[in-house]
Design a protein around this ligand. Structure first.
Ligand SMILES: NC(=O)c1ccc[n+]([C@@H]2O[C@H](COP(=O)([O-])OP(=O)(O)OC[C@H]3O[C@@H](n4cnc5c(N)ncnc54)[C@H](OP(=O)(O)O)[C@@H]3O)[C@@H](O)[C@H]2O)c1
Length: 331
């Protein structure tokens, strides 16, 4: 495993972080037993993963709490989250503190390493900054958590308006954001500021549905070609990103997806979500491989660098309309 420093938190974190939400919820989202989910968590620990991302809403905190009992507490970095709104309506601050306390109990730990506000849309950002953050910082002083972070609602904020404000407000030590081969907005809009301000970055939506589920990419390419957003030939082939797969390039689409983001300047942790032991091993291997060949990386940047919001779907959302804004919170 390789480890990096998560911005000014100073935490040493594995570049591969296990996302315990998303479609898979470490197996809880795909019909696996709790024992199987626990085995996945232990496999991740054995392979050197020390960063685990969860949330009050995921239902995976208790399993993580159980899994980390096998290692000294300071060997793992636990990030969890509380919701601060429901469909844009603010949740009272007292409920958010209750959520923090519940997470501590469910994780069965004395402190949380990174406590994050979950899926914050631009319209709720003022509330997060002026009402929620001051109260949480008092909870931080009591020792309940070490670092405060914020996560975007990628499907509802393609241009990352919320984060473009948050990166300038000194209170957030980490941000979680969507970035992938066909949604590269953060390169110019977010990462220059996180790097300048020492903010730790945690990536999500790197693979999600579009790069893991058969037919999704092809359908999306047709939609984008019809809209004149990508070269037409990309819609006329069965394997639009097949040019990435060759002897000195990527071994699969998911391999390409994780390697593309991992080496982007400004990226610290790349989250991967899975319910499958083979995928867990493969994804870690991908994240530890060298960057994609420069010629392939350049094509991805040239052809897709202008796209916004591709691949930002809710868990197992059906249909190809990945760029369509949605109102409900995402995981
Ligand atoms: N705003 C927020 O706070 C927010 C929103 C979304 C996500 N997140 C966090 O980000 C994490 C990562 O997002 P994500 O779960 O969507 O992860 P992801 O890595 O982008 O995609 C995971 C999906 O790809 C599949 N997959 C993974 N590895 C694969 C492989 N090697 N080959 C084929 N398919 C593969 C998984 O299915 P299998 O189970 O079959 O592997 C799953 O359906 C979440 O778990 C969560 O912690 C946070």
């Amino acid at each position: 495993m390789e480890y990096v420093t998560l911005g000014r938190t100073g935490l040493r974190v594995s570049v591969a972080g296990l996302g315990c939400g998303g479609n898979s919820r470490i197996g809880m989202g795909t019909g696996k037993t709790p024992a199987e989910s626990l085995a996945l968590l232990r496999q991740a620990l054995e392979l050197g993963v020390n960063f685990f991302d969860t949330a009050a809403d995921y239902g995976t905190e208790t399993l993580i709490g159980e899994a980390i009992k096998s290692v000294p507490r300071d060997r793992v970095v636990i990030a969890t989250k509380a919701s601060i709104h429901r469909s844009g309506e603010p949740i009272p601050v007292a409920r958010v503190v209750e959520s923090l306390d519940r997470s501590l109990r469910q994780l069965d730990t004395d402190y949380i390493d990174v406590f994050q506000l979950h899926v914050v849309p631009p319209l709720v950002y003022d509330y997060a900054l002026s009402e929620i953050a001051p109260v949480l910082l008092r909870e931080k002083e009591k020792g309940k958590f070490r670092h405060l972070g914020i996560t975007e609602t990628s499907p509802n904020d393609h241009e990352q308006h919320m984060l473009q404000r948050a990166v300038h407000d000194g209170v957030w030590e980490t941000v979680m954001l969507g970035f992938n081969m066909m949604h590269q907005n953060a390169r110019t809009k977010v990462f220059p500021h996180t790097m300048a301000n020492g903010i730790g970055t945690i990536l999500m939506f790197v693979v999600r549905n579009i790069f893991s589920q058969h037919g999704r990419l092809e359908a999306k390419m047709k939609e984008l070609a019809e809209a004149g957003q990508v070269p037409r030939w990309l819609a006329e082939t069965d394997n639009p990103l097949g040019f990435l797969l060759h002897a000195s390039g990527a071994s699969s689409l998911t391999d390409a997806a994780y390697r593309f983001v991992r080496h982007e300047p400004g990226v610290h942790v790349v989250l991967f979500g899975t319910s499958n032991a083979g995928h867990l091993q493969a994804n870690i291997e991908s994240l530890l491989r060298p960057p994609l060949p420069e010629a392939d990386r350049q094509k991805l940047t040239e052809w897709f660098g202008h796209l916004l919001g591709v691949g930002l779907e809710l868990p197992n959302h059906s249909g190809a309309g990945a760029g369509t804004p949605r109102r409900s919170p995402n995981r």
